[in-house]
Each structure stands twice: as C-alpha cells, then as structure tokens.
Design a protein around this ligand. Structure first.
Ligand code: TXA
Ligand code: MG
Length: 308
C-alpha cells in the first residue's frame, strides 16, 4: 500500500514498520526509539536475531550520539562517501543502541543513504534501523512491487521508484588502523582505494567467526536451483547470461544485461532472480565468464551466494 511521506513519518514515530526506498535497495524501517518495532522487523523477515541491523542517519553529526572513538580519518572517509552506498561498523556507546539492533555486539553499522525521499524522512523521524525489505534469505527488493510480493499488498510502502544502484551498500570495518571490506556492495574497492590511498582487503569469504554475521546465511536466493559456471558447454536448459553472447544449448535465456555495463546488470539482478521464481523455473545455469573487477566483483559474489 503506497503511503505519503507524512503517513510514513506518523507510522514510524508510533512504532510501526514502513518499507522505504534507498538508492541501494528498499529497506524495512523502524524507529531506533521503538524496541518493539525493531523486534517486529526480525519477525516479519524471519531474520535470525544474531544478524544485526544498519542504523540509518540523516546527518553525520548524529554519529557522535552512538559511536565512540570517531577519528578524523573516519570523518574524512564518511564525509567523502556520505550520503551514499557505504556502511561502516564502529565501536559504540552500548547504552544508546537497543541490544537487538546490534545483536548484543559492542559495535554497530551506520549509513547515510542518498535517496531524497529517505533523507527527507530521516530528518523528520530521527535514526531508522533497517535491513533490506525482503524475506530473509531471498533476493532484496529494488522496487515497491518486490516489497508487496514479499510482505503483501497492505504493507505500507513509501514509493521511491526503482533503486538506482540495485545492490546493497558496501560495509567497511576498521582493523588495526586499516579499513577492510566485510560485505562487497555498490561502492567498489577501487572507488574506496582512490580515497584511502590503499586497496582495502576483502574479508567477505566464509570465516570461522565472521565479522559480518549476515555472511553466515543463505542469501539473495530464489527457489530455483542455480549453477554458476564458466564452461560454455554447461550453459544449457534455462540460462542466465548476457545480451551479446549466444547460448546454442539454451532452451530459455534470462538476460542480466550487457557485459559492457555492470551498472545495468546490477540494476537487473534481483528482479531477474525474482522472475525465476515467478516463472517457476526449477533450475538454471549462470554464465560467470566475466572479469571479476569493479562492480562485477559484487555481482559475482551475489550470484554465487544465490547459488548456495
Ligand atoms: O544498502 C544497504 O545496506 C541496505 C539498505 C536498506 O540500506 N541494507 C541492508 O541491510 O542491506 P541488511 O540487514 O540486509 O544487511 C546488513 C548487513 C548484515 O549482513 C549484517 O550482518 C551487517 O550488515 N552488520 C550490521 N551490523 C553489523 C556489525 N555491528 N558488525 C558487522 N556486521 C554488521
Ligand atoms: Mg539483506
């Protein structure tokens, strides 16, 4: 159900959930001041309680209420990329953040999104905690129709069009003075390196004790069984591939977009994964023969996770 900015503000300030647009993906928002609403987020999504949420802010000054030990370098980094598709994990004043937001951790993730509607809403409501607006484990939502498909036609959604990035924010974490990527996302390692002067290490691979708890779980996955491959002979039956390639063994092709345009592929990715389920496709192979650089690294990671 489409609602106005004023209705969204009213619902959030009274402890209800609202789906909201951001430039990355739609979020399922609750006010940081309503712990019961925050619990409701986990219930509605079927999200494990040990997977913490990102706190979304309207202005960088709000960070000082929640985070501690914010260095000048951190502020420089955030001033450079915010508002935008970057989240950072910082040590916090624990008493300021409801424990369920951060799953009991002594840190929390923060972001200022750039979509004008969510920025406007955040200035009215104060900080909002929100995961992506999808059933846990399923592809994220990049338009209001995806949100309605997951949460029903009556669920309140602030319409914001199709998400510009189509992939979640990149998450950074500081370790021994160096920033490391704990979730690949819409901001590339090279874009971050240009600012930092070094390429941030990528720590997203499965670890014994993951720094980013969300990495533990099956994610972004449709019901369709997916088979990623670089072997052109394995691309048969239903194939997920690229416009400029031929797939002679395919019976049906779902196009991610062009190999020349990673942004187009990013925008299409979750819609395509959702379409597979709509069309009741049982299995499909994915053409993974593309160079893993820039945004393609994030796209490859999402396709592999969707195939687990
Ligand atoms: O683009 C985005 O980041 C979107 C939009 C709505 O802002 N949000 C999003 O949230 O992707 P979610 O909940 O789907 O993913 C948040 C990730 C999870 O993998 C979680 O484990 C990680 O952030 N996270 C949150 N707090 C953390 C913390 N204190 N330490 C490490 N990872 C954290
Ligand atoms: Mg998510």
């Amino acid at each position: 159900m489409k609602i106005s900015l004023h209705e969204a503000e009213y619902l959030l300030n009274n402890g209800h959930l609202v789906a909201v647009p951001t430039e990355t993906v739609y979020g399922l928002a609750a006010s940081i001041h309503h712990p019961r609403a925050i619990e409701h987020i986990f219930a509605r999504k079927g999200r494990p309680s040990n997977n913490p949420l990102i706190i979304h802010l309207a202005h960088i000054d709000q960070l000082h209420t929640y985070a501690k030990k914010i260095t000048d370098d951190t502020l420089k980094l955030l001033n450079h990329f915010w508002p935008g598709p970057l989240s950072v994990v910082l040590p916090i004043h624990e008493e300021m953040i409801p424990t369920q937001v951060r799953s009991g951790l002594p840190t929390a993730a923060f972001r200022i999104p750039s979509h004008p509607k969510i920025l406007d809403l955040l200035t009215r409501t104060g900080p909002l905690v929100m995961p992506s607006a999808n059933i846990s484990g399923k592809p994220s939502s990049t338009c209001s129709m995806h949100v309605e498909a997951d949460f029903g036609k009556n669920f309140p959604v602030l319409e914001g069009g199709t998400c510009q990035n189509g992939l979640e924010s990149t998450i950074l974490y500081q370790d021994e003075g160096l920033w490391k990527i704990i979730r690949l996302g819409a901001l590339t390692a090279n874009q971050i390196a240009e600012h930092l002067g070094y390429v941030p290490e990528i720590l997203c691979k499965k670890m014994e004790k993951p720094l980013c708890p969300g990495q533990l779980y099956r994610h972004y996955a449709p019901n369709t069984r997916l088979y990623p491959t670089k072997d052109s002979k394995a691309l048969k039956g239903v194939v997920i591939g690229f416009k400029e390639r031929n797939y002679p063994l395919a019976t049906k092709i779902f196009y991610l977009g062009s190999l020349d345009n990673s942004q187009e592929v990013a925008e299409n990715l979750y819609s395509l994964l959702r379409q597979l389920d709509k069309d009741s496709i049982l299995e499909a192979s994915i053409d993974m023969d593309f160079p893993i650089e820039g945004l393609w690294a994030t796209i490859a990671e999402r396709l592999r996770r969707a195939s687990q």
